[in-house]
Ligand binder design. Structure first.
Ligand code: UD1
Ligand code: CA
Length: 438
């Protein structure tokens, strides 16, 4: 996609009260990234002049976006004196002659869907969709095929509320139109806000050409509540899954699988039902079995799960991880850990078997310590490895052993086990006594 001579401005200054949250609306995340991230990522594909309008929690929004992108412009809205989507553009001066205005709460918009706006040559191109339930959106009043005006839900008459054609909230303006009409907007409405949507009737009265582009909710859905957020995430997540399936990833019951936008797959992979793969995970030639969670980790030539939890900064290569195994910040190469273990802050080498119920005791309540296990080590079931601890190559640790901090030298058997006592006749004596009592 080529960069075009267009400016894009994204309105992100509002509080988003309907989200009922202390987080600014545009920072609520979808598939692991703030809504605003998804929009900017697409906007940057077609424009070298992307501006974000901020006001509510402006430092937080700006810091978040600066950590994700370079070369963004920010302008601050005087939201106290000029609230509303029109007020947001009061001090905006675009670099190019054609300007696309986007709302910061429409995370599903793509570069391709933005480009359509520049194909129409009207002075204003606005976006509409037809909805069975238009609740919350501004209604677009069209007469004889021409857009007349947009009325916000809170200002609409009974008759206007019946209109099912709504304003999707994206507009392409000629720069001159914005510079002429934004200063003329008034706040004479139910919310006492400067509505950007009023530009339509002002420009129309002066004879400017306005066209309406029919768009779909799948790309232009606005997020105003947590319910909308969940619905938008479902659409985004499906998009991500479809993409990876097209790239050759096999998915079982894909609708139950959650994958973040930054996850990468390589080679031939299978993901079974109910898995969650998030953050900056990389999955290569691996099989992730049902209901496993992988967070910001690398999984290479391995199989994980069912019901395994791979926590951030882990690297698993040629490794088998079975059910109820939790791995955190550990690197495992050529390892088998089949059942019920916690492996944290560990480095484990080739040919090593981790028995069921093994626990790396990596935390003493204040600090975290490392566990190093060499090659061809056999850790018996129900062992505790008290970090910092090193187990050299070719060691056997007997089942039920507590390995204290220090080093276990190569070639040994490590065993710590209380001696077993048996008491003759105990069973019958115990239950006979108990029976007499009752
Ligand atoms: C807006 C449109 C409505 C349309 C809908 C589509 C107006 C007046 N209404 O309504 O016709 O159907 O979008 O989704 O434009 N914002 C600011 N500064 C503000 C207020 C809002 O930057 O003072 C930003 C918000 O952060 C948000 C975007 O503008 O990202 C839209 O604001 P919102 O309050 O959600 O507008 P809607 O009521 O949905
Ligand atoms: Ca909205």
């Amino acid at each position: 996609m080529n960069q075009k001579n267009v400016s894009i401005v994204i309105l992100a200054a509002g509080k988003g009260s309907r989200m009922k949250s202390t987080t600014p609306k545009v920072l609520h995340s979808i598939c692991g990234k703030p809504m605003l991230y998804h929009i900017v990522k697409e906007a940057k594909k077609i424009s070298d002049d992307v501006t974000i309008v901020i006001a509510y929690q402006k430092e937080r929004v700006k810091e978040t976006m600066e950590s994700l992108f370079a070369n963004l412009n920010y302008i601050e809205q005087d939201a106290e004196n000029f609230p509303g989507t029109g007020g947001a553009l009061k001090s905006y001066i675009p670099k190019h002659d054609e300007v696309l205005v986007l709302n910061g709460d429409m995370p599903l918009v793509t570069a391709k869907s933005m480009e359509r706006f520049f194909a129409c040559k009207s002075d204003i191109v606005m976006s509409v969709f037809d909805l069975e339930n238009p609740d919350g959106y501004g209604r677009v009043v069209i007469e004889n095929g021409e857009v007349c005006y947009i009325v916000e839900q809170k200002d609409a008459s009974e008759k206007e509320l019946m209109v099912s054609t709504v304003n999707a909230g994206v507009y392409a303006f000629k720069k001159e139109i914005l510079l002429t009409y934004v200063p003329r907007l008034s706040n004479d409405n139910a919310q006492k806000e400067y509505y950007l949507t009023d530009i339509i009737k002002l420009a129309k009265a002066d004879g400017h050409s306005i066209s309406a582009l029919l768009v779909d909710e799948e790309h232009f859905k606005g997020v105003n509540s947590k319910k909308d957020l969940a619905e938008a995430e479902e659409i985004m997540c499906k998009r991500i899954r479809d993409y990876w399936m097209q790239q050759g990833v096999k998915m079982e019951l894909p609708a139950t699988i959650y994958i973040d936008s930054d996850v990468l797959f390589e080679g031939e992979c299978t993901v079974e039902q109910g898995c969650k793969i998030v953050g900056t995970s990389i999955i290569k030639n691996s099989h992730i079995k049902a209901h496993s969670v992988v967070e910001s980790s690398e999984v290479i030539d391995s199989d994980i799960g069912p019901l395994a939890h791979i926590r951030p900064s882990s690297k698993l290569e040629k490794t088998h991880i079975g059910n109820f195994v939790e791995v955190k910040k550990s690197s495992l190469y050529g390892v088998k850990a089949g059942h019920l273990s916690y492996l944290g802050d560990a480095e484990i080498d080739e040919g090593t078997n981790i028995g069921a119920g093994t626990i790396t005791c990596n935390y003493d309540g204040i600090n975290k310590y490392k566990t190093k296990i060499g090659k061809n080590v056999f850790i018996g079931s129900d062992s505790q490895l008290i970090a910092p601890v090193t187990i050299e190559d070719d060691v056997m640790v007997a089942a039920g052993t507590t390995v204290p901090s220090g080093t276990i030298k190569s070639g040994v058997l490590a065993i710590s086990r209380a001696k077993l006592r048996t008491i003759e006749g105990f069973f019958n004596k115990f239950f006979e006594k108990a029976k007499k009592k009752s």
